[in-house]
Write a protein that binds this ligand. Sequence first.
Ligand code: PLP
Length: 253
Amino acid sequence: MNEDDLQTRIDSIYARIDAACARAGRDPMSVQLVAVSKTFPPEIIDEARNCGLSLFGENRVQEALAKSQLCGRADWHLIGPLQRNKIRHALQLFSCIHSIDNVRLIEQLAVACDESGVCPDILLEVNVAGEASKHGFTPASVREGIKAAIDGGLRVVGLMTVPPWTPDPEGSRKYFRQLRELRDALEQEFSISLPELSMGMSGDFEVAIEEGATFVRVGTALFGVRKAKKWAPQSTGLTTDEFSRSLDTDDFV
Ligand SMILES: *Cc1c(COP(=O)(O)O)cnc(C)c1O
């Protein structure tokens, strides 16, 4: 893909975001595009930066750390599951974690934030449809998550969801609406503000915006179909060991 193609895709996504906002009577500035760059190499991320994108979403901590060292300045959000043994590494990079999905993780994140003095914004992931294969709090158990986050002094700014896959974007609407209603209820119950709703991907981000999304996470519609499961540091020509050292980490695999 050349840079002109990428620019065209970006322009088209922004036009669709603007149109969805217009339909919903929302300010386009209230929606942030998270460019999901997982599996794509740092060169593509730099192209996207040249085209004006600055916020990237990644689902693997090490992959993101490695790539961030190889491309220019950007804002990085974690959108994939965070394992507890990667918390320390995640704090080195991510300004926001969308995928906080259990209370023990929240407790350990609170300790790590306290120790390091670095504290990202967090969103709690909710498995709205109750799918067995998905991460996330149930709509009932997310209350415990909010409570743990508040008790731990974490900055919980909203909720995130990945609805069941459907070929028709309208199929996602009821799940997006449920997430927004859950957010409204939690704001009341805890007397807190939860301004962010991270919902909507390439196939359904316009419906998500109509239902209140403030972060849309778009990968395929920007970068094309992902061919690899992950991007590995080996593609740089450095050995894994050299990468480990360059990142000052000890559990690179
Ligand atoms: C990969 C991923 C996306 C992007 O999906 P596309 O359909 O490629 O836009 C969004 N959110 C999460 C959590 C993801 O893992």
